[in-house]
Design a protein around this ligand. Structure first.
Ligand code: GCV
Length: 713
């Protein structure tokens, strides 16, 4: 087997990077030298690569295994056609590898699908070898990454019997990238797609992006903003997109586009975008045909319709189903799909935004076409630091639902705050909707096991950008990682994911690793403490959403203003969503709704989400609500201080560059946490008229000073 120049240069590059500064570019695929004892035990099991086949994916498999072993073990694996020694790594499919075909695993492999894989230590041709097999090349690539991950995390590799397949079919990143290179809610630089230079020049970095996604099993990328520009569907931009798709393809990442509903008017010169107009339907059909001519494995459309000013079917007095199904019909002949977003909330007098998506969409259960998925944010408002699960999960058993998570930290301190999001996503996935009795978790709804949903998926709003370290904050890489791992296996514990990531990305030192994992696991609760404890939500500064502004009332829509959400007055705090208020708690199934609706049984983390609670309400701790609220803010600040100390103490374990960069961000995080605590408490104090309880520090500035200027990032 010969090596192409491409793979040689990739390996050379990787080896060079190993000695260069540690800037975070390599993400969790660093392949740093393992501890000496581990190398000794691994070496006999990793002696050559047998992965025949000329496809770009097989080339990627060989390259990755060789590069990984060179970095971790310091050996240079020969590529061989046959098994001629113990320790060979045999990778591929029964179609391209006679060796794998010989094993007669076809039945199990077919059961695992083209993305699933087996990794087994077996005897082949009288030799002890490791086989990484799948019925599809992409599955074999995923298996190769899994094998490398076992090594990166110091797992035994001598008696392997691993069998995996993804539970969800679509595991996609949504990029809110604009054609001018900016990213809506992006905090890690500019867009990775160099539209001006495409299709002639494709940034080599795109391959690394695809490779990182493949290492997690992410198999789709929506490359443009849901606040879409019709131009992305023009022939010129489709050719550019095709060049990107060409780089992603060997890594199993298909591309999707956000489609602007009014594109037939803007691109096609039609007078309407009414989905019932035959000319409109024909325009979309022709557009779909053209897209598939240019990008044969195109995934489909993501659509934000009739939401925040975007056009949609309701502009023409049609409904969401009319719009989604018209697009679905255009894509169906090509096996394309539509991800129709449920993020719709029309402002009506006295309405509750938290109940709006349910009101708008639940009545259409069972009406969407077979190739439509309804993409629903995890919570009913908008990617807040903490929300109860969206009531649509469990309310549409005859509709294919997929969650939309936000990896980018729009409301969670941008790329300045260290916050590990897996625990937040776990809380959501583990939520029991009780839709079909106890145990009807969100996971079971979205993986299709509860309602026999055929097409399944999950999306994460990406946090990547042109910053050298991809995500702005080194720890924000962990959120990209965790999203991918949960998309692959929605049951993975947050702790296990954090441990993998720390070992692969930062350090295998056992003490440092467990301290870092603990820090990561605590970080989300701490951020909720200093931002929005007890169910507070959407009290961020208007527009940019960085820092607090609970007093904010300047947005043109009521439901974009913090005062709409917290409803503080002299009696108390919180949005009454029970029958004395909006009653949107009724959108949940019993007994969830009963638990939420009763102020004494409502989980305290959602207290002021569902109730307007008196300042002197007695909490489970025995303290009054005001004191408890203040102590949460104080606790959040203290956590950041302790995180800083712990991080500082790790200066000998983490490389200098990343250590210094994270330390700098933690200084900002502490500044911000104090700002949150002081400004929010000073403001609510104007209603509660109570002193700060013992243990809460005196504010550093006056309320007027906090109100005068937002935090900068
Ligand atoms: C892409 C929130 C964000 C918007 C975003 C919107 C959405 O409102 O602030 O930037 O737009 O959600 O998810 O469509």
């Amino acid at each position: 087997m010969k090596f192409s120049w491409l793979s040689l240069s990739i390996i050379a590059c990787a080896l060079q990077i190993t000695v260069a500064a540690e800037d975070g570019y390599r993400l969790w695929l660093r392949y740093e030298p393992l501890p000496g004892q581990t190398i000794k035990t691994y070496l006999p099991h990793v002696t050559s690569v047998v992965a025949s086949g000329d496809s770009a994916t097989l080339e990627a498999i060989r390259t990755e295994l060789i590069m990984g072993c060179a970095g971790m073990l310091g050996n240079s694996l020969p590529v061989s056609k046959d098994v001629d020694r113990d320790g060979a790594l045999v990778a591929g499919t029964p179609e391209n590898s006679p060796l794998i075909a010989e094993l007669r695993w076809q039945k199990s492999l077919i059961g695992l699908g083209a993305e699933g894989f087996l990794i087994r230590s077996v005897k082949l041709k009288g030799r002890s070898v490791t086989v990484i097999a799948s019925s599809g090349e992409i599955g074999a690539l995923y298996g190769a990454f899994h094998f490398l991950r076992l090594m990166q995390t110091l797992q035994p590799i001598d008696r392997l019997d691993v069998s995996q397949k993804p539970r969800l079919k679509l595991r996609v990143l949504n990029h809110w990238d604009n054609l001018n290179g900016s990213i809506e809610r992006g905090y890690a630089g500019r867009s990775l797609w160099n539209w001006n230079e495409l299709p002639e020049t494709v940034d080599p970095r795109l391959r690394d992006y695809a490779r990182a996604n493949a290492s997690l099993g992410i198999n789709g990328s929506v490359i443009n903003n849901v606040n879409a520009n019709s131009q992305s569907l023009s022939t010129e931009y489709l050719r550019k997109a095709a060049a990107i798709a060409g780089v992603f393809r060997p890594y199993g990442v298909r591309i999707f586009l956000s489609a602007r509903f009014s594109a037939p008017m803007e691109l096609g010169g039609l007078k309407t975008a009414d989905p019932f107009d035959p000319q409109v339907a024909t325009w979309w059909k022709k557009k779909a045909d053209e897209i598939y001519r240019i990008i044969p494995d195109f995934g489909g459309f993501l659509v934000k319709a009739n939401s925040e000013g975007q056009p949609g079917p309701r502009t023409y007095n049609r409904n969401h189903v009319d719009g989604a199904n018209m697009l679905a019909a255009a894509l169906a002949p090509h096996n394309g799909i539509v991800m129709w977003r449920a993020f719709v909330y029309d402002m009506k007098p006295d309405y509750d935004r938290a109940g709006a998506a349910y009101e708008n969409l639940q009545p259409f259960d069972g009406k969407f076409a077979a190739n439509v998925l309804l993409q629903i944010k995890n919570g009913p408002i908008d990617f807040q630091p903490r929300e109860p699960f969206h009531p649509l999960f469990g309310a549409m058993p005859k509709t294919q639902l997929m969650p939309e998570l936000q990896i980018t930290q729009e409301y969670l301190g941008f790329s300045n705050h260290l916050v590990y999001l897996a625990p937040m996503w776990r809380e959501f996935l583990d939520s029991d909707t009780h839709a079909k009795g106890p145990g009807s978790t969100v996971t079971k709804i979205v993986d299709g096991s509860l309602d026999k949903q055929k097409l399944t998926g999950i999306a994460g709003v990406a946090n990547t950008g042109s910053d050298r370290n991809w995500t702005g904050h080194h720890f924000a890489q962990a959120n990209w990682y965790a999203f991918g791992r949960l998309a692959w296996d929605a049951d993975l514990p947050s702790e296990a994911i954090a441990e993998e990531w720390v070992k692969m990305t930062l350090t295998c030192d056992p003490e440092a690793c467990s301290a870092l994992v603990r820090l990561m696991l605590e970080s989300h609760e701490a951020l909720v403490d200093y931002m929005t404890p007890l169910g507070l939500h959407h009290i961020m500064w208007g527009g940019h959403h960085y820092g607090p502004a609970p007093w904010w009332d300047k947005e043109k829509r009521d439901d974009w203003n913090p005062i709409y959400y917290h409803r503080a007055d002299e009696r108390g705090l919180g949005f009454d969503r029970t029958k004395t208020g909006s009653n949107s708690v009724m959108q949940y199934h019993a007994p969830v709704r009963d638990r939420f609706a009763n102020v004494t049984t409502c989980p305290e983390k959602f207290l002021v989400w569902f109730h307007h609670v008196p300042w002197d309400f007695r909490m489970r701790s025995g303290r009054i609500m005001w004191d408890e609220l203040a102590l949460h803010y104080q606790r959040g600040v203290e956590w950041v201080r302790s995180a800083r100390k712990q991080w500082d103490a790790m200066s000998g374990v983490i490389d200098l560059e990343r250590h210094a960069e994270v330390a700098k961000k933690l200084v900002i995080q502490e500044r911000d946490a104090i700002h949150w605590r002081d400004s929010v408490l000073l403001y609510f104090q104007t209603f509660s008229k109570r002193p700060l309880p013992e243990g809460v520090e005196k504010p550093q500035m006056t309320l007027e000073e906090y109100q005068a200027k937002s935090l900068t990032w």
